[in-house]
Design a protein around this ligand. Structure first.
Ligand code: GDP
Ligand code: IMO
Ligand code: MG
Length: 418
């Protein structure tokens, strides 16, 4: 019996899908437990690029079961489009894709509301992905939302839809057209509807190995992230338990994924952000443009203070450090080792945006390296300064590095043997 949770531990796009895909070779089940189409998870396999938004990244393994848990929010039209595109690429979903009937629904209304919220918030806008995530989760919490399984009960669906519009103070409208479209999308998705929590617990008890695929990252967690500049779900280890209906004590191991530097898309404080030529070079080398929205990602140095906070919050057993190859060619690398505010060193991570915006990072400076890391497959072959960089990261975060990613492809991964 085993379960492994793979979480992004900064502001998303840490390379979770690459790590899930690498580790997925040993998994019987890969499950998403929170978030929705705001995720953009990229896998490169033999030169082919796949970007997943709602479909779990395990789908490329033909026998792996893929689960979309109750803690997610699903745009049924977007999911149908994503699945159809993958079917065209030869992916077979039959008998191995399971969508929990209790997952929340993202409806066109939620996407409209996502856009208008941005305008209303004015100066404090979040810079969301515009996928309707916040409004859909808000409706779930307000108990006026619709759930995936509602699509299978036409009378109930009509009633719930009418209540939803009333809740949002929208004019009563003729629902015929919307109900027809929802019936069509249900015809497509119905074969995959399941009570996924029970399925997963049974898999675990039957000795199958389960891989939980986190979306977003810990600093985007609704409760523990850089609120209000966060997403609307719980992206931490605890989120895996709630979002899939899996007992917390069955979460056997957690790997935290961190980039060798830091990126962020959207608004919000980012203490180690850099704006100079180095940022440009990293953005170009790492192709740092959002997989969902195409927005340029903000760039910064590795923040060991924030990383230690997210490692501790999630109880990480190991780290996966990705995109190390992107730092090649930089003469000097920096790692943030402390936060200063008004002449005082802060005791650790601080969650308030006003403090995060004002603080001064303290840096450890390390020499870079100039080698192409893309073909390296063992730790001892890395340049000495790259090994020193990895050692500094794991010493500061106080969690051992187990995987190092040196390129997009599944094969470009170093397993750190102990
Ligand atoms: P996720 O959302 O955490 O799954 O990450 P994304 O897919 O949004 O962004 C990570 C990007 O980095 C993708 O384009 C990956 O193909 C790419 N990537 C992942 N690992 C590596 C790596 O080690 N080196 C390089 N150069 N690219 C990587
Ligand atoms: P993956 O899974 C990076 C960010 C948005 C915005 C904030 C809220 O690919 O790592 P939302 O649309 O969720 O309401 O936006 O969260 N965000 C992400 N940033 N990667 C993601 O997903 C993200 N999902 C949301 O940019 O700042
Ligand atoms: Mg992403």
């Amino acid at each position: 019996m085993s379960s492994l949770t793979v979480l992004g531990c900064m502001w998303g796009d840490e390379g979770k899908a690459k790590i899930v895909d690498f580790l997925g070779a040993n998994a019987d089940v890969v499950a998403r437990f929170q978030g929705g189409a705001n995720a953009g998870h990229t896998i490169v396999l033999e030169g082919n690029k796949y970007v997943f938004h709602t479909v779990p990244s395990g789908i490329l393994y033909p026998k792996t079961k893929c689960v979309i848990g109750a803690g997610t929010v699903i745009d049924p039209y977007g999911l149908r489009g994503e699945m159809r595109a993958l079917m065209k690429q030869g992916i077979d979903f039959g008998g191995r894709m399971f969508i929990d009937v209790r997952a929340g629904l993202v409806l066109p209304l939620h996407k409209e509301l996502d856009g208008s919220t941005e305008e209303e918030l004015g100066a404090s806008k979040i810079g969301t992905t515009g996928k309707g995530i916040g409004p859909a989760y808000s409706d779930q919490a307000a108990r006026c939302g619709l759930r995936f399984g509602d699509l299978g009960h036409p009378d109930w669906l009509k009633q719930r839809l009418a209540s939803l519009y009333a809740y949002h103070d929208l004019e009563p409208r003729d629902l015929t057209c919307e109900l027809k479209e929802l019936a069509e999308v249900w015809e497509f998705l119905k074969p995959f509807a399941a009570q996924a929590d029970e399925l997963l617990r049974n898999c675990y008890l039957a000795g199958e190995s389960i891989l939980f695929e986190g979306a977003q990252g810990t600093l985007l967690d609704l409760t523990y992230g850089t609120y209000p500049y966060v997403t609307s779900s719980n992206t931490t280890t605890g989120g895996a338990s709630i979002g899939i209906g899996f007992p917390p004590r069955w979460l056997d191991k957690t790997i935290g994924v961190y980039k060798a530097y830091v990126t962020r898309v959207g608004e919000g404080p980012f203490p180690t952000e850099i704006f100079d030529e180095t940022a440009e070079q990293i953005r170009a080398m790492g192709n740092e443009f959002g997989a969902t929205t195409g927005r340029p990602r903000r760039i910064g140095w590795f923040d060991a203070v924030a990383a230690k906070y997210t490692a501790s919050l999630n109880g990480l057993d190991a780290l996966a450090l990705t995109l190390l190859d992107v730092l090649s060619g930089l003469p000097e690398l920096k790692i943030c080792t402390g936060y200063w505010l008004d002449g005082n060193k802060l005791p650790g991570y601080t969650p308030h945006p006003l403090i995060l915006e004002r603080l001064e990072p303290e840096y450890l400076s390390l020499p870079g390296w100039d080698a192409d890391l893309g073909k390296i497959r063992s730790l001892h072959r890395l340049p000495k300064t790259a090994k020193e960089y990895l050692e500094a990261v794991q010493d500061l975060v106080e969690v051992p590095i187990e995987l190092v990613s040196v390129g997009k492809d599944r094969t470009q991964t170093i397993v750190v043997k102990r």
